[in-house]
Design a protein around this ligand. Sequence first.
Ligand code: FAD
Length: 383
Amino acid sequence: MDFELSTEQAMFREVVRRFVDEQIRPVAREWEHAGRYPAEIIEAMKDLGFFGITVPEAFGGMGADTVSMALLFEEISRGWMGIAGTIGSHSLSCRMIAEHGTTDQKDRWLPALATGQVRTGIALTEPDAGSDLQGIKTRAVRQGDHYLVHGTKTWITNARHAGMLPVLVKTDPEVVPAHRGMSVLLVEADTDGFSVGRDLGKLGYRGTESCEVFLDGCRVPAANLLGDEEGVGLKQVLSGLETGRVNVAARSVGIAQEALDQALAYAKGRQAFGRPIAEFQAIQLKLADMATEVQAARLLTYYAASRIDAGGRADREAGMAKLYASEAALRASLESMRIHGGYGYSTELDIERLYRDAPLMAIGEGTNDIQKLVIARSLLAED
Ligand SMILES: Cc1cc2nc3c(=O)[nH]c(=O)nc-3n(C[C@H](O)[C@H](O)[C@H](O)COP(=O)(O)OP(=O)(O)OC[C@H]3O[C@@H](n4cnc5c(N)ncnc54)[C@H](O)[C@@H]3O)c2cc1C
């Protein structure tokens, strides 16, 4: 087995790391506390081609492998996880369209999505259905060459800046099992009846907006039905979520690594009882546990990414990576805070942001209890 990154992957990581050091780290604390939209960072990421990380080269994207995608999200999250959100659901939807879109849909959307000229996200969750996506109520009724859509989505990241949003709908609410009546519509933001509500207040994950989305008699052209096939929407979404889980696992590795790096630096410099606190065994045990968990999380994440690159589905591997890495990020941010003592609680250091950003990793792209169900299902399905 080869545990090394390829030369190209290592070089790409260096490019991202430099970008994060030069353009994200210097402003992250101030902008995050101010609730400022990181417009300049987003423009720079467009120039670097990051919005096209999952778009095939034939459509103007990077066509990068999934390990490189993981590196991108890990490195950005070391600097500020919220920034990763601006390209997170965007990348998931790009991959979903590249995999399942018709030739016309790919030609129409992918080149503009690759440059970030058009931005996107994904609209699945509703006020009364998150984990249970088959319980959504958003309804799309075919009327000639259009669908008439009614429904409400919530917690939709990037909604305000999306030029087009893939929306999970029910095209047949009667069929059993329910997923056979579910479809994805690519809804353009200027469609009559489409509107974005307020930005939802949140603990962390600032720098990207999460909003309610209303579809109120929204007339969506039938040509915007993803893949031109009704009843396969949940399947299309779940294949996208697999990559999304690697993405969240990678963000978790970034948070955990940053928490460890800051704890190490602080422990070497902080004196108590006449010596650096790094000399106390209680601190060393924490550092050793954190470093071991970061390494395990990283290996699980790169492995899941490499399984996706090898072809076929990798639900179990992606689920394990997301589950373990997000819990590792939660623990690392708390342990780093403990090592920092009172300063860890201060808004003048970054630890409190890592601590506020980590919990979302255990919720997004399927809660961790849902990951356990995915993993168990795959175990039980084995011969
Ligand atoms: C900041 C933020 C950004 C988000 N961005 C997006 C986005 O861009 N697009 C989008 O569509 N959604 C987005 N979401 C929504 C997110 O995906 C959901 O919150 C998540 O999937 C959980 O759904 P829920 O909140 O409805 O919780 P629920 O499904 O109501 O779950 C509540 C609890 O019950 C547990 N539970 C549910 N079912 C089971 C079961 N069968 N067995 C065991 N336990 C179970 C869950 O694990 C959880 O602990 C975002 C959420 C947040 C907070």
